[in-house]
Ligand binder design. Structure first.
Ligand SMILES: *Cc1c(COP(=O)(O)O)cnc(C)c1O
Length: 395
């Protein structure tokens, strides 16, 4: 592996501090490196592989699509795109869908739609957006502009204008940032990269009300917390609050790169031919992956599993939290949970990797647990056993 890693370090840009492992293949909850070592995966390619690795029905459907039609332009209709859009609209309660290739592009589209809606309604080209501190929405310029971590933004300024940041879970701070040009509020119902911070029920409901009273669109970025991760198909459904626009990606294609933004009819109607586009987005191959994901979520009862195993994971992490002083908080729900530490978690994660467990951080001091949604209690038990060992070493 050492030789491959040295070669890779010569040709890849240094945008990641990668772990010294070359992964080769996967099966269910497990990944294998090129030397045959097995890893229990509690990261799922960052909340992507909801169905686990090498799901047979998913793979077979995609192989068939490969041999049928991979790509056409969006100037034509295709059956997979129709099917995928219907499934996503139905699952999200939104009316119209636009497919993208990634999460960040879904956020770009959502921002453009919100601004176009404001422009159509008011005739003013100055729509402002309120975003949250500690949020993460992606790495392209628009999504970066609404990402609430200064260190990600600053080196790339000037970004898009008209963005104000409010404190997450603090309604007054949102109110203070509203003016007559505010066109949208964007937030993650559960902040993922920022450290697994769920919105409080009161906050998310009050923001909805605030938007209604002021004619502001509410955008929920469900790229990480959506697609079943909380035990509901989308996190907002668990809160009983409906946004005007959603963004979705990560689990949406379960490994095939695909994202989407979707909106209520009245909002979506602001987009006219020529306002937005993509060459690849929602091509037949990517769209087939999306509709297979929805099919398999149903036939495998994925949401029920997330509720049951998520509850079990919560109990087990609570037990651990009470055992180790270095753990300062435990947040999240379903299969999106985080443990916060008083020390940086980098060492613990590296240690776990040696023991055959893949974990990921969310910020410097939070270990995030976002396994495939097919995880069973026995996988939680194996993970906890390794974690306890590594925490013992760290404490
Ligand atoms: C990962 C993520 C994104 C960006 O998605 P990419 O596919 O990496 O562009 C945006 N928003 C949230 C909440 C995310 O977790």
């Amino acid at each position: 592996m050492k030789q491959y890693i040295e070669e890779a370090e010569k040709v890849l840009m240094h945008t990641y501090s990668r772990y010294p492992v070359v992964l080769d293949h996967g099966k269910g909850m497990y990944l294998y490196d090129i030397e045959g070592k097995e890893y229990l995966d509690f990261t799922a390619g960052i909340a992507v592989f909801a169905l686990g690795y090498n799901n047979e029905r998913y793979n077979e459907a995609l192989k068939l699509q490969l041999d049928t039609l991979i790509h056409t332009s969006n100037y034509f209709y295709s059956m997979p795109a129709l099917e995928a859009a219907k499934r996503l609209a139905e699952a999200s309660g939104m009316d119209r869908v636009f497919f993208t290739n990634s999460g960040t592009e879904a956020v770009e589209g959502a921002i453009k739609l919100a601004r176009k809606y404001f422009y159509s309604k008011t005739g003013k080209a100055c729509g402002e957006i309120i975003a949250m501190e500690r949020s993460f929405h992606g790495r392209t310029m628009g999504a970066l502009s609404v990402t609430g971590t200064k260190k990600y933004r600053e080196p790339f300024e000037p970004l898009i204008g008209g963005v104000r940041f409010a404190q997450f879970n603090d309604l007054d701070s949102v109110k203070k940032n509203i003016n007559e040009n505010t066109c949208a509020i964007i937030m993650e119902p559960i902040q993922g990269e920022g450290g697994i911070y769920p919105a409080t029920e009161q906050f998310i409901n009050s923001v909805r009300k605030l938007c209604d009273e002021n004619g502001i669109l509410l955008i929920f970025d469900e790229i990480q917390c959506g697609m079943g991760r909380t035990g509901d198909m989308f996190a907002y459904q668990g809160y009983g609050v409906k946004p005007d626009i959603i963004t979705c990606a990560k689990g949406l294609g379960c490994g095939v790169p695909v994202g989407a933004f979707a909106a209520a009819e009245e909002v979506a109607a602001a987009f006219q031919p020529g306002d937005h586009g993509t060459t690849y987005g929602g091509n037949p191959f990517a769209a087939k992956a999306v509709s297979m994901v929805f099919d398999l979520f149903e036939s495998m009862n994925v949401l029920d599993n997330v509720k049951a195993v998520g509850g079990y994971l919560f109990e087990k992490l609570e037990e651990i939290r009470n055992k180790f002083d270095i753990i300062t908080d435990h947040r999240g729900m379903g299969l999106i949970q985080g443990l916060e530490f008083s020390i940086p978690v980098k060492g613990i994660i590296a240690d776990a990797l040696k023991e055959g467990l893949i974990l990921i951080s969310a910020g410097e001091r939070v270990i995030r647990f976002v396994p495939p949604l097919i995880a069973e209690k026995k996988h939680v038990d194996s993970m906890i056993e390794i974690l306890i060992k590594c925490l013992g070493n760290a404490a």
